[in-house]
Design a protein around this ligand. Structure first.
Ligand SMILES: Nc1ncnc2c1ncn2[C@@H]1O[C@H](COP(=O)(O)OP(=O)(O)OP(=O)(O)O)[C@@H](O)[C@H]1O
Ligand SMILES: [Mg+2]
Length: 255
């Protein structure tokens, strides 16, 4: 199995001296190419911080982050930004849309920077817009669309580059169950057909049930791991049992 992500002894603290708070505490794990990995844990456990550190958005206070064998902390900033734009798709918890650009231009932004031919951009736009059901809002500005639509636009922008690595922070947090299922179905297809590797933070066991493996973190440390073996429904049940063990989860029946 080819390891695409390796995290070794990663810690992250905020603040100084007496105000110092350790948010990530000596985390080590790896993700194989083609895996669909979930990260769960109570609010404030450090999930977003961890995802930002893995995905090159943030740097750890100590430890090593390797992507495809390369230490990303040693990559030059130009090299790193090209790598991010071409190989990685991010779906952020707070969407990060550019308010002065309409929906279509927000989605096309990563392709436009790389001077991709217009007909290719249009083709890919059509494809993602259809799947995520945002065709009707392409000319609207972010301020004028709903939260759920913003989330789908953020997903479209991340997925339009056909990334080899997808990082998603609560990608279904603002979606109704139909839109969530559609997005998760699409991500699963990218994972199975295109062999995209996905790392997704979620608090929702239904969303997590689309993963092959879920890591649980608590207070910045590794707590446990659940690996899917049987059906998605069985995995869903394993995930909620672990959530109950870790604390902070409710049992909801989606099936
Ligand atoms: N820039 C920062 N400065 C200081 N503390 C921070 C900063 N960013 C995050 N934290 C703290 O780190 C801890 C972990 O935050 P993080 O956002 O990673 O949690 P999370 O698991 O993603 O939570 P949620 O489920 O609510 O999104 C929290 O206690 C938070 O207050
Ligand atoms: Mg978070």
């Amino acid at each position: 199995m080819e390891k695409i992500i390796e995290i070794q002894h990663v810690s992250k603290s905020y603040g100084y001296l007496l105000n110092k708070v350790k948010v990530l505490d000596d985390l080590s794990f790896s993700v194989n190419k083609g895996e669909f990995v979930g990260i769960m844990g109570p609010s404030g456990a450090g999930k977003s911080t961890l995802l930002n550190v893995i995905s090159t958005v943030d740097t750890p206070s100590s430890g090593l982050v390797k992507i495809s064998g390369k230490n990303i902390l040693e990559m030059r900033s130009g090299q790193l930004s090209d790598f991010r734009r071409r190989k990685i798709g991010f779906i952020f918890q707070d969407f990060n849309l550019v308010e002065s650009l309409n929906v279509k231009d927000n989605i096309l932004l990563p392709l436009a920077i790389d001077h991709i031919p217009v007909h290719t951009m249009e083709e890919r736009l059509q494809h993602v817009a259809e799947i995520l059901n945002i065709e009707k809002i392409l000319t609207a500005y972010p301020a004028a669309v709903s939260i759920g639509q913003k989330q789908r636009v953020a997903a479209a922008r991340a997925l339009i580059v056909n990334p080899m690595l997808i990082f998603a922070d609560e990608p279904t947090g603002s979606l109704d169950s139909k839109a969530a299922a559609e997005l998760l179905q699409y991500m699963s297809e990218m994972n199975r057909q295109d062999r995209a590797t996905i790392v997704m933070v979620t608090h929702d066991p239904y969303t997590a049930s689309y993963c092959n493996r879920v890591l649980f973190i608590k207070d910045g440390s590794f707590f446990s791991e659940v690996v899917r073996q049987g059906s998605r429904e069985q995995f869903f049940n394993q995930v909620i049992d672990m959530q109950a063990t870790i604390g902070g989860g409710n049992r909801l029946d989606h099936f």
